[in-house]
Ligand binder design. Sequence first.
Ligand SMILES: CC(C)(COP(=O)(O)OP(=O)(O)OC[C@H]1O[C@@H](n2cnc3c(N)ncnc32)[C@H](O)[C@@H]1O)[C@@H](O)C(=O)NCCC(=O)NCCS
Ligand SMILES: Nc1ncnc2c1ncn2[C@@H]1O[C@H](COP(=O)(O)OP(=O)(O)OP(=O)(O)O)[C@@H](O)[C@H]1O
Length: 196
Amino acid sequence: MRVGLTGGIASGKSTVSAILAELGAVVIDADLIAREVVTRGTPGLDAVVAEFGPGVLTEEGDLDRPAMGALVFSDPSARKRLEAIVHPLVHQRSAELEAAAPPGSVIVHDVPLLAEVGRGGQFDAVIVVDAPTDVQVTRMVRDRGWTREEAESRIAAQATREDRLAIATHVIDNTGSLDDLRRHVEEAYAELAGRA
Ligand SMILES: CC(C)(COP(=O)(O)OP(=O)(O)OC[C@H]1O[C@@H](n2cnc3c(N)ncnc32)[C@H](O)[C@@H]1O)[C@@H](O)C(=O)NCCC(=O)NCCS
Ligand SMILES: Nc1ncnc2c1ncn2[C@@H]1O[C@H](COP(=O)(O)OP(=O)(O)OP(=O)(O)O)[C@@H](O)[C@H]1O
């Protein structure tokens, strides 16, 4: 059983995927892979430097993520150019990890941009972690030290809440407490594992 997990930024996806992993799912995290494929010394980072120039590197030679974020979340064409490099590498690595999962696993692909890239239909089920925009912004400002403007520019680069809900087979509301969240995830997992 292949499950897509998505949600807007700071909706609580990572928290949900950690609970799903505890419950026994094999989680494949696209954000984590998107970081791995551009670490120092990778062909991915070489491609990013070829496209954007050495100014996107730190003094140590790593990708300067805050600088890259400031660029791509204020310039959609730069974001598309970065995605054109990173997304194929993420797909390839995700497929390798999926092939290595034990047979019969509930495989959860945590893909922040599932609605944006139109891949919802490739999964047996799609879990959408749902929180209103003001809750997303409040969490980003509180936890990441971002300004409201920085938080809102990320949200503006993403699908709308309605677009995400349109691809959901399971909606997990994350406006309550972390205990409420855990209960909702356990219910969804029990249903999915029963079908696996
Ligand atoms: C621009 C980068 C370097 C900024 O790095 P930073 O460490 O600040 O953010 P991080 O990677 O942890 O992403 C945090 C969240 O930002 C949002 N986000 C990231 N990339 C995108 C994007 N291309 N479009 C919309 N939202 C995005 C997602 O909600 C993601 O969960 C980085 O986000 C990146 O490389 N993005 C392009 C690759 C991509 O699309 N990744 C998303 C999943 S494959
Ligand atoms: N129900 C909740 N109540 C309070 N805080 C929460 C709740 N759910 C998640 N959080 C907190 O909000 C922050 C964002 O959650 P999380 O990292 O799971 O979101 P995310 O959707 O994975 O974010 P990103 O899109 O950046 O990967 C975290 O600090 C998390 O602990």
